[in-house]
Structure formats: C-alpha cells, structure tokens
Design a protein around this ligand. Structure first.
Ligand code: ZN
Length: 439
C-alpha cells in the first residue's frame, strides 16, 4: 500500500495564508470574464464560503453591456525556424488581455505595430488590455524586441470570444441588523501580485476575522468582482440592496513597501472615513491620505452620483504610483508578509471601530452622576488604566448628547477609542447612558 503524500500543513498565520493564496492564484490567466476568473473564485471559495454566480454576456448594466466571454488556450509569435520568440506559456502577460483570435504570417513592420514594450524598463513585460475594442497584440521585454531580426513571423492567438458569462463572487456575513458595510476587491488582473492579489488576500482574511466575531452590529458583504464592468454589473443587479449599505472600502495594492494610503469617499466626511483614519492613526504606522477623485479603482462606481455609496479605498501607494505597476515586475517576490499583515491589521481595527462606535444619551445629565455608589470606582480596582477609565467615563457622560459618537469623543479628548468604548460599556450596564437610535 502506497502512503498518501503528506498534505501541506494548514497555514496558521494570516500573512502566510495570504501568501499561499497569492502563490496559487498568480499563474492563472484572469480577465474580466473566462475560466481564469472562474478558477480564481473557486480557489477563494476554499478560504471563505463564496457564493459564485454568472452574469450572461449581453446583459445591459446601466450604460454598459457585459461583453462576450474571453478564453485563451495558447498564443505565440514564432520565427522562421519555428522558435517561439514570444510565448504565452511563459507569461500570460505576453498577450494583450482580451486579444481576438488571430492566425497569420506578418512582416516585421506590421508585427511591430502590434507589440508593446517598456523602453524605460527593458526587462519588464507590460500588462495591456483591449476589453472593449476588438484587437490583438503582444507584450514583451524591450530588450527582446531588439532581437527580432527576421523579415517575417508567424502569429497565433488561440483564443475564443463568444457569448458566455461574467463570473462574480460574494460572501455575506450577517449581523444583528440589515445595515451593511461592503468590502470590494477586483479580480480581473492576470499574473500581477500587488495589483489585485494582495487586495484579494487581505479581503479574504478580513472576511474570516469578521465571520469569527461573536456578535456583529453590521452585516458585511465581501465582493470579488472584475474591475469596472463587474462592479457596474453588481450595482445594476443589486439596486434593492443599495439603501442598506452605509459605507465600504475598496482594497487594493496592499503588499508593497509603500506607506498605507487612504483615499477618502466623495464627501470625505463619512463614517468610513473617520473609522479608517482613526485605525491608521492608532496603528502607529506612517500613512498618507488623499481626497476622492473620479479615477482609480471601483470606488469610482460606488461614489458615482446615482449610486452615492460612501466607499473609500485603502492602498499602499496610489494606483499607477509605483514603477512595477501593471508590469511583470509586480510579482510575488515583491510582496512583503509584514506589509500584508499591517494592511490586514488596519482593516481589522477599522471593523472593530465600526462595530463599537455609537452615539449615546446621558440618562442622568444633571451634573455628574455619583459613580461610587454604583460601584463604578470599585469595578476599576487594580486596573492599570484605572485613571484613564475614570476620565473616559467623565468624557462619555459629558458628551453623551445623542449625536456625538465615541470616535468624535476620542478625537476631542485625545483618549484612546478602546478605553472610551470600555467606559461606555460600563456606563451602559449601570443604565447611566443609552444608545441613541441609528447611531
Ligand atoms: Zn490594475
């Protein structure tokens, strides 16, 4: 009897799990439709219970139409000896994503017009797409372009473009109310690590964290969607859900060595803005913020005027803001476990704050209530933060006007949100404060 090969031990560290997921997903030829995208979502469903569904090609979604499905088996450019000088099997970035099928023999000048390189980075392959204009092309290292000396080349793109569907994935984690918070990551980039796989990894681990909470005030919806068209399609097919969504966060570019960057919602002053910024400050990590602008990732769709959802975006660096962006140099070797962990930590803190931040009303507002007779001093006995907790109770009581959130009290008092939230719990247990409606 032959012993079964040992299984990989389950990774217990979230950063290791994110890296393992990234390594598994990296080789797949993803796009906005097709089998690479399907396999990606299936792999994610081994991490979290993803609901996977398909939107048929031709479906009208607001001003857009879900395109025909694209699948690719092989593609290459071969020289006169039949040698593959550009080969999809070596990197899926070599083919312009969504290239139409093509077979022919071309002279070098005609071929050149279909080739894309990065002269400033001659060892990197660029990533290019042609989703909505039927076209084809190849991407290659600039130094390899200069090696093309034959007069003619054979070009083969074994791809199909035909009616099918676009695949989307979703994980809903119910809370005590139908009020929702959404987390969104794009899933359409092929072999690129920081740009899209890091966001997917952090979103998966955040989903596990949220699902592990013993109680949730909000319902959380994790969306894994092809960029732009996927998000537009999701929004167009979920209009009944939209009124429940109070905010959200797009996750992208979270594994590199750049400082964390928070892009604000369109208004810049929504609950999610406050929670993320406080989480970033509390983390002690350096960070940048940037105001909303209508380009970038899918926050563009969420914050469009007819949708009007306050969705920010957490990144490290800005889209297109690092040299390896959309090139073969954005590979797994450049991801940092520590940076992925830090990014996840800020997301978890954001959820913690979101869950605990409330407005309270003081039920004994005429002068300070007597805390000692309610045992509130004794209950602090021995705590190292006893004095801070006492002060926090006084701040909460003073500011509990039904409109001022704990986070606003934290900002004003300079006290930690965690201590204020603990003080609020003690005061609520003694019915000195009550939560105000809709806080
Ligand atoms: Zn991108």
């Amino acid at each position: 009897m032959v012993a079964a090969p040992p299984l990989d031990p389950p990774a217990t560290d979230p950063a290791e799990r994110m890296l393992r997921l990234t390594n598994d997903l990296f080789p797949l030829c993803r796009s906005i439709t097709g089998n690479g995208l399907r396999q990606t979502l299936r792999r994610i469903s081994h991490e979290i219970p993803l609901e996977i569904y398909e939107v048929p090609s031709g479906t009208q979604v607001f001003d857009w139409v879900v395109p025909d499905e694209w699948n690719i088996q092989d593609a290459y450019v071969a020289d006169s000896h039949g040698r593959r000088v550009i080969d999809f099997q070596k990197s899926n970035l070599h083919v312009v994503n969504y290239s139409v099928p093509f077979h022919g023999r071309l002279d070098i000048e005609t071929l050149r017009a279909k080739l894309h390189t990065l002269p400033d980075h001659p060892d990197w392959i660029p990533y290019r797409t042609s989703y909505y204009a039927p076209d084809w092309g190849f991407c290659l290292r600039d130094r390899d372009l200069h090696e093309l000396r034959d007069s003619h080349y054979d070009v083969h793109i074994d791809a199909t473009m035909s009616p099918g569907s676009m695949t989307m994935g979703e994980f809903l984690v119910p809370g005590n109310s139908s009020r929702e918070f959404l987390i969104s990551a794009h899933t359409c980039h092929p072999s690129l690590a920081n740009d899209n796989l890091s966001g997917i990894g952090v979103a998966c681990e955040l989903a596990k964290y949220v699902a592990s909470l013993s109680e949730r005030r909000f319902t959380y919806r994790f969306l894994f969607l092809p960029g732009t068209i996927g998000t537009i399609a999701w929004l167009a097919t979920h209009t009944a859900v939209l009124p429940h969504i109070e905010g959200g966060l797009v996750l992208a570019l979270l594994g590199h060595n750049h400082p964390l960057t928070y892009k604000q919602t369109e208004s810049g002053h929504r609950r999610v803005d406050e929670c993320v910024l406080y989480a970033l400050k509390e983390s002690g990590l350096g960070f940048d913020t940037m105001p909303f602008e209508p380009y970038g990732y899918d926050e563009r769709q969420y914050n469009s005027p007819g949708i009007h959802l306050p969705v920010g975006c957490l990144m490290r660096a800005r889209y297109a803001g690092y040299p390896e962006y959309h090139t073969s140099a954005d590979d797994v070797s450049r991801l940092s476990l520590q940076r992925l962990s830090e990014s996840l930590d800020v997301c978890r803190r954001t959820v913690d704050i979101l869950e605990q931040d409330r407005c309270y009303r003081n039920l004994s507002p005429h002068c300070e209530p007597q805390l000692g007779k309610r045992g509130l001093y004794e209950s602090l006995g021995g705590r190292s933060d006893r004095q801070a907790l006492q002060q926090a109770m006084l701040w909460v009581l003073n500011q509990a006007n039904g409109r001022t959130s704990l986070l606003a009290i934290a900002e004003r008092s300079g006290m930690s949100f965690g201590v204020l939230a603990h003080a609020a719990t003690l005061l609520r247990e003694r019915t000195l404060i009550e939560e105000s409606q809709g806080s």
